[in-house]
Design a binder for this molecule. Structure first.
Ligand code: NAP
Ligand code: G4F
Length: 345
């Protein structure tokens, strides 16, 4: 039987690496895209040991001709659009670039599919950030969007243009509305990996303190390896539909940091009062974690928790890794890297 061909944009990112690994195990031929202008960021694919199994093509979300050329050349069965400027904080500094990549970039790909071959299936990486500020209830596919950053607003455009190309042109186009998912392959600019990598660096004497922004923010954190399974399942259904992927549990940044510190061997005591609490290492009495206003956002999302019942029912998907195990996996991985002398962030 002919191998299925998948094009993964953003293969050098966290989800791209896990998805490539999954699809290779399922017998796909994988083309992955990288940005020619950046220094090549292949460490995740190297860590998974799959670098040599992927064919690389350069693709920039801002260049329509570039996108079209890639799709024409390989004629994929499935396109997974994971590429994006994905860091919410940066989207406040570079809002126009973020909109060009995360909003119009999606349209450039969809328009190329419409022109080249409407049978190509398309997955869009939508985000729980689209819900923004609102409710403390579990969010589902029908919940209202109230995006709070240029990133989230760009993702809302990407989401609805995907729905529109499905409805208007009959393209198999679907969006996964994914809640935060993390792993040892997470970039160190995101709070979970910033916490695990910095605390491990402190333990090995290379750093002294972990400075964070709003540590009262609560997120529904899952494991990226589980979430890419859900992404693939969405693309194997008979009828395209948008699904939430989430664990249904929420925890604060402070809880994440406290657990990570404990697993690394620190005995933390939180002192002071909200919002100026700081954490002291009981054995040395030194401050280990403190607030730095620099890491606050002009507008943040304080709470996100998802209801993935639809994915459970229709895709038979549910996350396997629980919060405590996720923190452990990330801490253990950073400890191992530090022991090998690797620089973590
Ligand atoms: P990531 O690690 O930041 O990876 C992003 C990827 O996009 C990288 O390969 C990056 O290339 C590429 N990229 C960035 N700008 C580009 C551009 N202008 N043209 C072409 N490629 C570009 O993100 P991730 O965590 O894997 O997330 C994957 C997708 O899911 C993103 O769209 C993100 O917004 C979305 N999402 C993520 C989460 C989450 O919790 N992880 C939740 C919901 C949605 P370089 O390696 O060159 O930087
Ligand atoms: O780890 P974060 O930067 O992730 P955020 O903003 O939730 O976005 C991630 O998840 C989204 C899905 O919901 C994706 F769409 C997006 O691409 C990305 O993967 O921040 C999480 C929370 C925020 O409330 C932030 O204000 O942690 C808070 N935080 C507190 N101190 C911090 C810090 N975030 C970062 N990055 N660094 C800090 O020092």
């Amino acid at each position: 039987m002919k191998k299925k061909v998948a094009l993964i944009t953003g293969i050098t990112g966290q989800d791209g690496a896990y998805l490539a690994n999954l699809l290779l195990n399922k017998g796909y031929k994988i083309y992955g895209t990288y940005r020619r202008s950046s220094s090549l960021n292949l460490w995740r694919l190297e860590e998974l040991g799959i670098l040599d199994s992927i064919e690389f093509l350069s693709l920039e979300l801002l260049e329509k001709s570039n996108i079209e050329r890639v799709i024409r050349l390989i004629q994929p069965d499935e396109i997974y659009n994971l590429a994006a400027q994905s860091f919410v904080s940066l989207s406040f500094e570079n809002p126009i670039y973020t909109a060009q990549a995360d909003a119009l970039g999606v349209l450039r790909i969809l328009e190329s599919i419409r022109m080249i071959n409407k049978k190509i299936k398309f997955y869009q990486a939508s985000s729980s950030e689209m819900f923004g500020e609102g409710t403390s209830k579990k969010l589902n596919e029908g919940s209202r969007f109230h995006p709070r950053s240029p990133y989230a607003i760009s993702k809302v455009f990407g989401h609805y243009i995907t729905v529109n190309y499905r409805e208007a042109y009959g393209i198999f186009a679907c969006s996964g509305i994914l809640f935060n998912h993390e792993s040892p392959l997470r970039g160190t600019e995101f709070v979970t990996r910033k916490i695990t990598s910095t605390l491990v660096e402190i333990q090995s004497g290379r750093k002294k303190i972990l400075e964070l922004g709003n540590y009262y923010a609560r997120r529904d954190w899952g494991f990226a390896g589980d979430f890419v399974e859900g992404i693939w399942k969405m693309m194997q259904t008979d009828k395209p539909k948008d699904y939430i992927l989430a664990t249904g549990e929420d925890h604060s940044v402070k809880e994440f940091a406290t657990l990570a510190a404990k697993l690394i061997g620190f005995d933390l005591i939180w002192k002071g009062s909200k919002p100026n609490e700081y954490a002291v290492d009981k054995s040395t009495n030194k401050i280990l974690i403190k607030k730095n206003n620099e890491y606050y956002r002009p507008s943040d999302v304080s709470f996100l928790k998802g209801n993935a019942q639809a994915a459970r029912k229709h895709l038979d998907w549910k996350p396997k890794v629980k919060f405590k195990d996720l923190v452990k996996i990330m801490v253990e991985s950073d400890k191992k890297k530090a022991l090998k002398g690797k620089i973590l962030n």
